[in-house]
Design a protein around this ligand. Structure first.
Ligand SMILES: Nc1ncnc2c1ncn2[C@@H]1O[C@H](COP(=O)(O)OP(=O)(O)OP(=O)(O)O)[C@@H](O)[C@H]1O
Ligand SMILES: [Mg+2]
Length: 328
């Protein structure tokens, strides 16, 4: 690590060419998946606050995700409206044989922490308020970056086809349900619905909330062209019906998202309304797309369990049933 730091200082990649710097790891690195990156706070000139974040790939021969994070930041940081609430890219390259990147350090604490406290203490109005802050933010990204020419349906259809083939092999979706999912994905082929840049992993661990209520969004390694509702559904999943710490999802919470009598149901419904209006979708269309999203989650779970269990656990199957009943 010190070698990379020395190379960075020597190559003068940091603004103002500081003479001294040190790094500190962000977290204990025991649970992270291969393919990700090691993240370190970078302090310069003995300053008490970190100024930058340094990343190196966890697996030296696979720097793709780190590079994608950097390229996405280059694009998003230029966008008015959202550019000031993402880290700014400083450097990405190969120094002495190690690919590394440097971005600015943004302030705040993970939104996931505030959301978890609100959930655990039953403060659902507060949880809904935090959800709205994140949903507003991701809407401004989609609203701003909604100019790819390819059709969104392709991404949704691929998502559905993959889920269907995995779920059919386990027998937990019937042929009519599989057809319903594929129809839902095909129906999203609204020509007025271009692909937007999506974050791709929009969970509240990747959003930092500052003391004044401003949100900063980090971790752009999965960002690219995609279907915007994927980000909103990911937020709903990770902040409400399947937070990171929970082994299983909660089907009843997923169902409650569609109930405007609850604070989160209203926050989710209001967020959906903007997409429906913009892309000319009905609530039924959006619920069908939620079915496609959930089928993808259950398919991921099946893939992760391969060889250990032939079918996913009951909460996953119940979640899928909830999502597939959307048209009834
Ligand atoms: N630009 C940044 N500014 C401030 N803090 C950051 C920044 N980038 C990352 N962090 C901190 O580092 C932590 C981990 O970063 P990040 O979300 O990018 O990786 P990760 O999701 O843990 O990594 P992996 O995907 O490899 O598991 C974040 O939760 C945040 O606390
Ligand atoms: Mg992250």
């Amino acid at each position: 690590m010190n070698t990379i730091l020395a190379e960075i200082l020597e190559a003068r990649v940091l603004p103002g060419a500081p003479t001294r710097a040190h790094v500190s790891p962000v977290k204990l690195d025991t649970t992270a998946l291969p393919g990700g990156s090691l993240v370190m706070l970078l302090f310069v000139n003995d300053e008490p606050e970190p100024r930058y974040v340094l990343r190196i790939p966890r697996t030296p021969d696979h720097p793709e995700r780190l590079i994608r994070n950097y390229r996405s930041l280059e694009a998003v940081a230029r966008e008015p409206g959202v550019g000031n609430s993402v880290p700014h890219p400083i450097y990405c390259g190969d120094l002495g044989g190690t690919v590394s990147s440097v971005e600015t350090c943004v302030p705040g604490y993970p939104l996931a922490v505030a959301m978890r406290i609100a959930r655990d203490e039953g403060h659902l109005d507060h949880l809904a308020k935090l959800f709205r802050i994140a949903a507003d933010w991701i809407w401004s990204l989609h609203d701003q970056c909604d100019r790819f020419t390819a059709h969104q349906a392709e991404c949704i259809l691929q998502h559905a086809q993959r889920a269907v083939s995995i779920l059919m092999s386990t027998g937990i979706v019937s042929p009519p349900q599989a057809e319903w999912l594929l129809d839902a994905a095909r129906a999203a082929d609204v020509s007025s619905m271009p692909v937007a840049r999506i974050h791709g992993d929009f969970n509240p661990n990747n959003a930092l909330l500052d003391g004044d209520g401003s949100l900063y969004v980090i971790d752009w390694e999965f960002s690219g062209p995609g279907w915007p509702l994927y980000d909103l559904f990911t937020l709903a999943r990770t902040s409400w019906f399947h937070p990171a710490a929970n082994v299983d999802p909660s089907p009843s919470r997923a169902q409650a998202l569609w109930d405007r009598r609850t604070p989160l149901g209203r926050a989710f419904g209001d967020a959906l309304g903007r997409y429906e209006h913009r892309y000319n979708l009905s609530r039924a269309d959006v619920r069908a797309l939620f079915g496609v999203f959930v089928a993808g989650l259950v398919a991921d779970e099946v893939e992760q369990m391969r060889g250990r269990n032939p079918t996913p656990g009951e909460p996953w199957q119940a979640l899928l049933r909830t999502a597939l009943q959307a048209d009834s």
